[in-house]
Design a protein around this ligand. Structure first.
Ligand SMILES: Cc1cc2nc3c(=O)[nH]c(=O)nc-3n(C[C@H](O)[C@H](O)[C@H](O)COP(=O)(O)OP(=O)(O)OC[C@H]3O[C@@H](n4cnc5c(N)ncnc54)[C@H](O)[C@@H]3O)c2cc1C
Length: 407
């Protein structure tokens, strides 16, 4: 088999393109197969959704050299306010207590796509196969041969390692028949930009309601970004409301912490599913991002988790490049799995538990979780632990997560 690339990444969405960027300049030849033209409005990864980036992700982007390209489009989160609708409990986190410039940042997926594209254009060792669709692949002892469709013509390309960054429906994972834990949350996230009477002052609000969590994230130009997870059976009604009725319904659920909600932009709905691949590597193949784990957007962890996959895999691959060893060897892939396993499972468990626990209307449970929120607010040690988890600063950190470049 002819080896055209060291690393072939299936999927040039947010996580796949981030891996290509992290590896650029490492000496590895990288190919990225992406089905949608990057500047297309239909590109599914770089759409209207808004992404809360953790402080840990900011540090990874610093290490990658990507942060200066995204920073002008990113609004800092300096405080987080967590509460439950109609209940007494609340908890607050802020950047000063954690000794950081910001707890995180908010940027649109579209802005992240533009920053990644701009940065990648200058990298001679990254080649885009786009628009092109991965059709199938076969694994041999020394590489992977991928069959793809590019502009109606079939092509074959070879690589030492195939990285599946092809999203929640991952065709690569499907072809390998990797077992999957999967279920619907019974909730759909409605996103929209909202303008409120009072300035957000950098505060991200996470409000739990009996039908699902609702987040209002601070954005540039004084706007807020809404992520409203509603029960599936309520979504058609909510989406059909005119803007005034929608704002009224939202105000009723969110309350008046930002004063009167005045305007709402285009609404988009995303049905939510939990998916966890039971294996994240097979010979010459590694899964990253949503291909490995798709979780509830409560507390905004999905891309952050995927970027931590990127930081660890890039760390191991950059060392392999320096040592001129095989980047697709099984020992390296096993190290990747061991390093990522705990963080992936912990974040899936936390987001899953939050989405379920706060949706449970049982009065004793409601009372207990509100006491829990007050406890969190009052105990600095506990607050610090929770903040570090959400900032993506727990466990053994790869070089990029410590802000150290790989090249
Ligand atoms: C409403 C909502 C809000 C969210 N908010 C946050 C947040 O605040 N913070 C956060 O960290 N995360 C958030 N997330 C999660 C985040 O959006 C995802 O984790 C992230 O987009 C996953 O990126 P990915 O690159 O792994 O997958 P995707 O974005 O699905 O990208 C997969 C790519 O693979 C390509 N592809 C698929 N199949 C093929 C093929 N056969 N050939 C070629 N290309 C292919 C696709 O075209 C696509 O570009 C949110 C998610 C939702 C739904």
């Amino acid at each position: 088999m002819q080896i055209d690339y060291d690393i072939l990444i299936a999927g040039g969405g947010m996580v796949g393109a981030s891996l290509a960027y992290a590896l650029a300049g490492s000496g590895l030849r990288i190919g990225v197969i992406e089905a949608w033209p990057l500047d297309s409005d239909a590109q599914p990864s770089y759409d209207d959704r808004v992404i809360a980036l953790s402080w840990g992700s900011r540090r990874i982007m610093d290490g990658m050299g990507l942060w200066p390209l995204l920073q002008p489009e990113a609004e800092p989160i300096t405080g987080i306010h967590i509460s439950e609708r109609g209940q007494f409990g609340f908890a607050r986190l802020n950047n000063r207590q954690e000794g950081v410039e910001a707890l995180g940042y908010v940027a649109t997926a579209r802005a992240m796509g533009a920053a990644l594209q701009k940065g990648l254009q200058e990298q001679a060792d990254v080649e885009w196969l786009c628009p092109a669709t991965l059709l199938s692949f076969s694994v041999t002892d020394d590489g992977v041969e991928v069959r793809l469709d590019q502009a109606g013509a079939e092509q074959r390309v070879g690589a030492r390692l195939l990285v599946a960054a092809d999203g929640g429906d991952s065709p690569v994972r499907g072809r390998l028949a990797i077992p999957l834990q999967e279920r619907s949350y019974g909730q759909t996230a409605i996103i929209a930009n909202v303008t409120a009477e009072r300035p957000h002052q950098g505060v991200a609000y996470e409000r739990f309601t009996d039908s699902g969590p609702l987040a209002m994230l601070p954005m540039t130009e004084g706007r807020c970004s809404l992520v409203w997870s509603a029960r599936d059976d309520q979504v058609a009604d909510i989406m059909a409301l005119d803007d005034d009725a929608f704002l009224q319904r939202l105000q009723h659920r969110f309350g008046y912490r930002l004063g009167q909600l005045q305007r709402v932009g285009r609404r988009v709905a995303y049905p939510l599913r939990y998916r966890q691949a039971m294996e994240s590597v097979r010979p010459r193949v590694a899964l990253i991002g949503n291909a490995a784990h798709a979780i509830h957007p409560v507390t905004g962890q999905g891309y952050n988790l995927g970027l931590r996959d990127v930081a660890v895999l890039a760390d191991l691959l950059a060392d392999a490049a320096r040592e001129r060893s095989d980047p697709g060897e099984m020992a390296l892939l096993n190290r990747y799995t061991e390093w990522r396993h705990q963080d992936q499972r912990r974040v899936a468990l936390i987001t899953d538990s939050l989405a379920r626990l706060f949706a449970n209307p049982l009065p004793p449970l409601r009372f207990a979780r509100n006491l829990g929120l007050l406890g969190l607010d009052a105990l600095p040690g506990l607050k610090h632990l929770v903040a570090r988890q959400f900032m993506g600063l727990t466990g053994r950190l790869p070089r990029l997560a410590r802000g150290i470049p790989l090249r």
